[in-house]
Design a protein around this ligand. Structure first.
Ligand SMILES: [Zn+2]
Ligand SMILES: [Zn+2]
Length: 165
C-alpha cells in the first residue's frame, strides 16, 4: 500500500460527518544533515465542513540523522500532527478536493514531515562533538588537549632551562 488518496464524496454536503483513514507512502527528501527514504504512516480524522473537509492528521516516519557535532549516524522516528482544510474551490492555504471526490494527503504529509525534520540534529543534548584540533570524538575518546605553549605546564620550565643555557 502506497497511497494517501482518499474518497470523500460521500461526506461532502454532510457537515459533521466524519471518518478515520490510514495510509502509507514512501518519501525521499533531505533537510540539512537529516534524510528520509522510507515508508511513512499517516492516521487522519476527516470531518465534513460546509465547504469541504477538515483533516486532522498524525504522520510518522523513520529518518536518518548525522550528528551536527560528532558526525555519528543514527536512525530515529520523526512524527508530526497537522491540520489541513480541503475544498472544492480551495482558498489560500487550502488543498483541493478533486472533481472525482478524492483528496490527496501526500503533499501535506510530505511538507509536514519536512518541517518536522531537524536540520542540525544532535545525537544527544550534551554531545561533546569533535576536537577541532585533532578530530577525536570527545564523547568516546577524550583528547588530552592541545594547549598553546604558554598555557602548557612545561612551557615555563622550558623557558627557564632555555634562558640558563
Ligand atoms: Zn554527537
Ligand atoms: Zn584533540
Amino acid at each position: 500500500m502506497d497511497n494517501l488518496c482518499f474518497q470523500v464524496s460521500d461526506l461532502l454536503g454532510h457537515p459533521g460527518a466524519d471518518r478515520w483513514v490510514y495510509g502509507e507512502a514512501k518519501f525521499t527528501f533531505e533537510i540539512g544533515e537529516s534524510s528520509v527514504s522510507s515508508s511513512s504512516a499517516t492516521y487522519a480524522h476527516v470531518t465534513a465542513t460546509s465547504l469541504g473537509v477538515l483533516v486532522d492528521g498524525w504522520s510518522g516516519v523513520m529518518a536518518d540523522h548525522v550528528c551536527a557535532r560528532c558526525l555519528r549516524k543514527w536512525e530515529g522516528p520523526i512524527e508530526t500532527e497537522w491540520s489541513e482544510l480541503f475544498g472544492r474551490h480551495p482558498g489560500e492555504d487550502e488543498s483541493p478536493i478533486w472533481v472525482d471526490g478524492m483528496i490527496d494527503l501526500g503533499p501535506v504529509v510530505h511538507d509536514e514531515l519536512s518541517l518536522a525534520l531537524p536540520a542540525d540534529p544532535v545525537c544527544r543534548r550534551d554531545c561533546l562533538g569533535l576536537c577541532v584540533e585533532c578530530g577525536a570524538d570527545l564523547n568516546t575518546d577524550p583528547c588530552a588537549g592541545h594547549g598553546e605553549e604558554p598555557s602548557s605546564p612545561f612551557a615555563a620550565l622550558r623557558q627557564l632551562f632555555g634562558s640558563e643555557s
